[in-house]
Ligand binder design. Structure first.
Ligand code: NAP
Length: 284
């Protein structure tokens, strides 16, 4: 029986996952397809229940369902529990388990692609939404020394700082005002944009959360936004003389780990990356 995998979200027009997941399945000769399953919130429970069928291996979960799926599952892996979001559902014998691979995907991306070791670093994370939660969790486990959350809505940064706090890890919450940023950004060696600013088709495609004059030339600037590859935030980091890295490899690595959880086979990263780049080029 041909097996099925897919991605649920709403709307799903922009997803590149079927292109690179499908390429991985074909490359390994796995008799399975990876489909796009646009799922409106009112159909979510029914769709998730359908994943218990014998031919479904699992599904990737994207906005706006990463939190809403949690009560619909049989169990949730510890990392996903700590982050409070699920981005992969795996079906094993009709039992559904939720995982979060965004956090390890981000960590692998900055360690392997950007060659940055977060241990002891002073980091600023812009944004306080779902991506920020995964990035902050990852940086906490990797041992950053100091972390500041800078967000348009200060209250959300404060809530997230308090939710992620541990005995030896106390994030600071600030707004995106110039005054607040001046106290934190110049001292940071890692800057991560997890806001939607700079995202093509998003609310502020031409905006960056910070300007070059505040950024240290020693900083690595990482943008979770991967479309476009060169974002306004990364341009500001470049102007400041810092290094830059795109979230495109986070997308691949989170997908690779989900692929491995669902199929039990090692993901062919290079094949996935080539397919992703080809799909992107085809859309331009
Ligand atoms: P989300 O939960 O909706 O959070 C959005 C964040 O962006 C919030 O902090 C929000 O601030 C901020 N924001 C939105 N519009 C803004 C504006 N005009 N000015 C300033 N701040 C603004 O979204 P998410 O899931 O965290 O995703 C955020 C971005 O990360 C998206 O572009 C997504 O594609 C990307 N992402 C990438 C990966 C990857 O694999 N590379 C994985 C996950 C997400 P407020 O709190 O003030 O509203």
């Amino acid at each position: 029986m041909t097996k099925r995998m897919g991605i649920i979200g709403y709307p799903l027009g922009h997803t590149l996952s079927p292109a690179f997941q499908g390429a991985a399945l074909r490359h390994l000769g796995i008799d399975a397809t990876f489909e796009s399953w646009p799922t409106a919130p009112e159909s979510l429970a029914e769709k998730v229940a359908s994943f218990r069928a014998g031919d479904v291996l699992g599904a990737c979960v994207t906005l706006p369902h990463k939190q809403a799926v949690i009560p619909m599952l049989d169990s949730v892996h510890d990392t996903a529990k700590s982050i409070g979001a699920v981005n992969w559902i795996v079906n094993k014998g009709g039992k559904l388990t939720g995982h979060n691979t965004d956090a390890p995907g981000f960590l692998r991306s900055i360690q392997e692609e950007a060659k940055f070791d977060p241990r002891g670093a002073n980091a600023v994370v812009f944004g306080a939404g779902g991506a920020a939660r995964a990035v902050i969790y990852a940086l906490r486990t990797a041992g950053v020394a100091r972390l500041t959350i800078a967000n348009r809505t200060l209250e959300k940064a404060q809530e997230l700082a308090s939710a992620m706090s541990e005995r030896r890890f106390k994030p600071l919450a600030i707004s995106l005002s110039r005054e607040d940023l001046t106290d934190a950004v110049p001292y940071a060696t890692l800057l991560v944009n997890t806001t939607s600013m700079g995202m093509a088709g998003g609310p502020a495609p031409d905006a960056s959360p910070v300007t070059a004059d505040l950024i240290s030339a020693d900083a690595l600037g990482y943008d979770a936004v991967y479309a476009p590859l060169e974002t306004p935030f990364l341009r500001e980091v470049e102007i400041a003389g810092g290094r830059t890295a795109s979230g495109i490899t986070m997308l691949i690595y989170q997908g690779a780990e989900g692929f491995e959880l669902c199929t039990g086979q090692k993901a062919p990263i290079k094949v996935m990356m080539n397919a992703l780049m080809k799909a992107r080029a085809g859309r331009k």
